[in-house]
Design a protein around this ligand. Structure first.
Ligand code: MN
Ligand code: MN
Length: 315
């Protein structure tokens, strides 16, 4: 491979023009020579409260046009060493959640077979279950860093076992994740029952409630998680509602008292060095994002995730 793909520079083409790909990277029709594939999963039929995440991928991509290729704070230069491409949106079936989950799993099986690291822009959180099914098929049960206001471990919702609130119970039951290396960060809010979180703690999930993290740097916690996971393959699932609604109001199920943007960045940056095999940023709902800040924050957190992937050059 020659020079890796580069985002279009804001000095070559005005930021407000050009393709609506992530950071205005080339859109790839094939996975050949691609190291990291950014893809959209535009869906909201797995959500329980406000809808709108079907517009998430488009809006996160739109806000990502302002991001420049070098991370001046960490030194990361992801486009110097990794070939990153936007492979567009998955063609989900907006009339069927079950069919959409099947499409996601099959699409991921294809992406992962080429040793490509997928970065998904959601979409509601139900999309992570079929991703984990494909990831586990490829890598075995993975470590999981799950940042969210919610544990998403309900057994069922309206009798449905596959929703945005049941993902990690299914992942546990199906053996897709290593429960001893599963970290849920930012949990808070109200529960259906007093025991909503505790059962998963009994499976081995390590849970870090938001109030324990208030007013603290998340760098030490991130470093502890990194040491604990070691060399194991790890998947990172980032629900934007982990952030306080003051920072990320445009989401389906906001909970007050959440993480700050700075904490979100500290946590991701501390994960550098892990064998991350895929990640997602979910639950951005543009209709509730009147300032655009939620999509902007989501785009930047995806960039921060890109900056800690294996193989990134630091300058
Ligand atoms: Mn979630
Ligand atoms: Mn959530």
């Amino acid at each position: 491979m020659t020079t890796p793909n580069q985002p279009i520079s804001g000095n070559d083409l005005a930021r407000f023009s050009g393709p609506n790909t992530f950071m205005r990277l080339p859109q790839a029709g094939s996975l050949e020579d691609v190291d990291v594939a950014v893809l959209g999963i535009p869906m909201d039929i797995g959500t329980s409260w406000r809808s709108g995440t079907r517009f998430g991928p488009k809006q996160v991509r739109a806000e990502s046009a302002m991001i420049r290729p070098y991370n001046l704070q960490t030194g990361a230069a992801p486009f110097d060493s990794l070939n990153v491409a936007d492979i567009g949106d998955l063609a989900i079936n907006t009339f069927s959640l079950a069919d959409s989950l099947r499409i996601i799993r099959e699409s991921y099986a294809m992406v992962l077979s080429g040793d490509v690291i997928p970065m998904a822009i959601g979409g509601d959180h139900s999309l992570t279950l079929p991703i984990l099914r494909a990831v586990a098929e490829r890598h075995g049960p993975v470590a999981l860093v799950h940042v969210d206001a919610h544990a998403d471990v309900n057994d069922e919702m309206f009798g449905e076992r596959e929703t945005h609130g049941t993902v990690f119970r299914r992942a546990y039951e199906e053996g897709l994740i290593n429960p001893q290396k599963t970290y849920q960060i930012g949990l808070r809010g109200t529960g259906y029952a007093a025991t909503d979180f505790t059962e998963a703690a009994g499976w081995g999930f390590q849970q870090f409630l938001a109030p324990e993290l208030w007013h603290r740097s998340l760098s030490p916690l991130g470093a502890e998680i990194r040491r604990d996971i070691g060399e194991a393959p790890v998947y990172v699932s980032y629900d934007i509602d982990s952030l306080d609604p003051a920072y990320a109001p445009g989401t389906g199920t906001p909970e007050i008292g959440g993480l700050t943007t700075a904490q979100a960045m500290e946590l991701i940056r501390a994960l550098r060095g892990l064998n991350i095999v895929g990640c997602d940023l979910v639950e951005v709902s543009p209709p509730y994002d009147t300032s655009g800040n939620t999509a902007l924050t989501g785009a930047n957190l995806l960039f921060e995730l890109l900056c800690v992937l294996p193989g990134v050059t630091y300058r």
